[in-house]
Design a protein around this ligand. Structure first.
Ligand SMILES: [Fe+2]
Length: 142
């Protein structure tokens, strides 16, 4: 199942949104390989790229959470840790092409899409709650 990034996933943060888009792209590229003709090395390379990009992205997302004093930072880091652990396990299992594609599909759905909707969007909620808008300013001046 291919999931494309759309506005529902937006954190209104240019860098993090671009990274999420790239992660969807990598997961989808791996899923689109025809399992009958797919070269195992090619799939392995895509998975490794997906894994490395996920790890790099988590670091940047954590830095962002820290920069806005996000109160659930530690809890959120734990989610990231367990995703990386799960991906490391899959990486070590040396699965066949079909199995590996299935795992990538699961990661894209649960650890990417659902994680963004359930956890990352909470960061955006927090950011909004601490951002002073023009309207707030006008209210306080009148
Ligand atoms: Fe996250």
């Amino acid at each position: 199942m291919i999931i494309e990034w759309d506005e529902r996933f937006s954190l209104h943060h240019a860098l993090l949104d671009a990274q999420h888009q790239e992660l969807f792209k990598l997961a989808n590229a791996a899923q689109r390989l025809d399992p009958n003709n797919a070269n195992k090395a090619e799939l392995g390379r895509l998975f490794k790229e997906f894994y490395d990009y996920m790890a790099k992205h988590f670091k940047e997302e954590e830095a962002y959470m820290q920069s806005i004093d996000y109160p659930l930072l530690e809890k959120h880091k734990k989610f990231h840790e367990s995703i990386i652990e799960g991906m490391t396990k899959i990486l070590k299992e040396k699965k066949g092409v079909v199995e590996l594609q299935k795992s990538i599909q699961m990661i894209a759905k649960k650890w990417l899409a659902e994680h963004i909707l359930e956890n990352d969007l909470q960061i955006e909620k927090w950011r909004k709650s601490i951002t002073v808008t023009d309207e707030d300013l006008q209210g306080s001046l009148s």
